[in-house]
Write a protein that binds this ligand. Sequence first.
Ligand SMILES: C[S@@+](CC[C@H](N)C(=O)[O-])C[C@H]1O[C@@H](n2cnc3c(N)ncnc32)[C@H](O)[C@@H]1O
Length: 228
Amino acid sequence: MLNNINKTIKTFRIRSRKLSVKKHNNINIYWPLIGINLEKKKNLTNYFLNLYTPIILEIGFGFGEYLVNLCQKYKNINFIGIEVYIPGISFCLEKIYKLNLRNIKIIYSDALFFFINYAKNIKFYKINIFFPDPWPKRKHHKRRIIQRSLIKIIFKRLLINGILHIITDSFSYYESILKILKKFHGFQDISKIFKNFLKNNKIFNSRFKQKALVKKNKIYNLVYKKVF
Ligand SMILES: C[S@@+](CC[C@H](N)C(=O)[O-])C[C@H]1O[C@@H](n2cnc3c(N)ncnc32)[C@H](O)[C@@H]1O
């Protein structure tokens, strides 16, 4: 499970606190059922019972609250969550197992590493990145996950009419993402259609959404459709 970490710039902090016995057990028990051990030759769709339904990918799902809520609601869609934070993965695996959800798989990997090495034969219906680490200090901006290089890969990996959905409560991050997306031909800004997405949305729940609300931060919602 633990070999999918990119050796280059990290977009995340490696937090090496020891896992509790429970979290460790969750990984041992549920990973073989829900986790994907990436293999170059195996197409990711083969991990699902229903091979022909669209796939939604969430990058950096944290504890997976939103991912699991969506997955419960839309049984006719397949979901993949990708994360590097093991306590979050452990929590999410347990929830998925207890809810008996069959339309979701989890990948432990740096998302960029995953896209470059393992996602060549797959197209996603939607890719969500919610509250990516903002890396507020200027000297750390290079560690932000949303760079032109990632957007370029995501664009290739989306179906036509596929959607990239990004949410952040960092204004400077929002500005830099907007700058990248505006210059990117092939993406149409459909954020206005989703302008009420955050209002009274009980399904869209996550720890970082809660943190933003407590701090009364403005939340920016960017939704782009791949049009060609
Ligand atoms: C600020 S948290 C937000 C978590 C969750 N989306 C939420 O709203 O609560 C950002 C998450 O992205 C994950 N992350 C950062 N860089 C990543 C990468 N390159 N690949 C996969 N996950 C990454 C982190 O481990 C962290 O859990």
